[in-house]
Write a new protein. Structure first.
Length: 297
């Protein structure tokens, strides 16, 4: 259990679209219900796997409202905020609190040349206006910009409500992050659950994977928490080929992970919001091979 009390598997919801291109209300509700039925420890929305870069601000607000309505307080909710300005992120923080979210995650503004001092100041300005515990997504591999471990320690020193990190890196990075920030952060990792059990050993309180195999990841987490590490490792090893295939890249995950999730939810065809990576017959065959033992949700 983390210092903040947040822990476990928080699947990042996909944004499903209807044939007319609008967000699909029924599919989003079905996704939330399936996740909760699988025993997830929380629900996340608004990150890279939610296609935050393809959603208008009004759509983000709409989808956040749907998620909050459907979860209805049954598990904690974390919203990732991807607005590009301090005022925009502060407004989304206020909305997150109004909707009953438990914590939030800030993405950096899309300015690759920003200095670390500027990023720390940006996050701090939002944190000062946030009514919720604040997390930071550190994903330089995917977003192109990030903060050092020393920078995070300084950010927490100035703004103690910045107490959660959503890292996107190997377990070795997590171990160093935990050590060099003095254990002041509750740390989650993403990367769709790669290195699942080693992330827990490195100090992660939980993981934020995709929805596609969240049931298996919940079971692995519970085994690990019970001290049955060998069983957890064995189950993770069986799941690893699928996770490796899905996590070739974010666009790849959105193409194949969303289709696997739709298959398990019995949603019918996936309607991509373009531009999007199209599936190939070979890619779908690989997906089928490594996911054939995953039953419907």
């Amino acid at each position: 259990m983390s210092q903040a009390g947040f822990h476990g598997i928080y699947p990042m919801l996909y944004s499903f679209f209807a044939a007319d291109g609008r967000p699909d209300r029924a599919a989003m509700r079905r996704q939330v219900e399936a996740c909760i039925a699988q025993g997830v420890h929380g629900i996340a929305f608004g990150g890279l796997a939610s296609e935050c870069n393809k959603l208008a601000t009004a759509e983000r607000r709409e989808l956040m409202t749907w998620v909050a309505e459907d979860v209805a307080g049954r598990v904690p909710v974390s919203f990732t905020i991807a607005e590009n300005s301090i005022d925009g992120q502060a407004a989304m923080a206020a909305l997150s609190a109004d909707l009953g979210a438990d914590w939030m995650v800030l993405q950096p503004p899309p300015v690759r040349g920003a200095t670390e001092a500027e990023l720390v100041a940006f996050y701090g300005a939002v944190a000062e206006r946030s009514p919720l515990p604040v997390g930071i997504q550190n994903a330089p591999e995917y977003i192109g910009i990030g903060v050092s471990n020393a920078g995070f320690a300084e950010l927490n020193r100035r703004h103690p409500n910045v107490s959660i990190l959503k890292a996107e890196g190997p377990a070795t990075y997590i171990a160093g992050l935990q050590e060099q920030t003095g254990g002041v952060f509750t740390i989650f990792n993403g990367r769709n659950g790669l290195e699942l059990t080693d992330n827990f050993r490195a100090g992660c309180a939980g993981m934020i994977p995709g929805v596609d195999a969240c049931d298996r990841q919940v079971a692995i987490y519970e085994l690990f928490r019970e001290g049955r590490e060998d069983e957890a490792d064995a189950d993770y090893a069986r799941l690893l080929p699928l996770l490796l295939f899905l996590m070739i890249g974010i666009d790849h995950l959105l193409c194949y992970g969303k289709r696997l999730t739709a298959r398990r939810l019995d949603l019918g065809p996936v309607h991509d919001r373009t531009p999007a990576l199209p599936p190939t017959p070979f890619g779908l065959a690989v997906l089928e091979r490594w996911s054939r033992d995953l039953a419907p949700f």
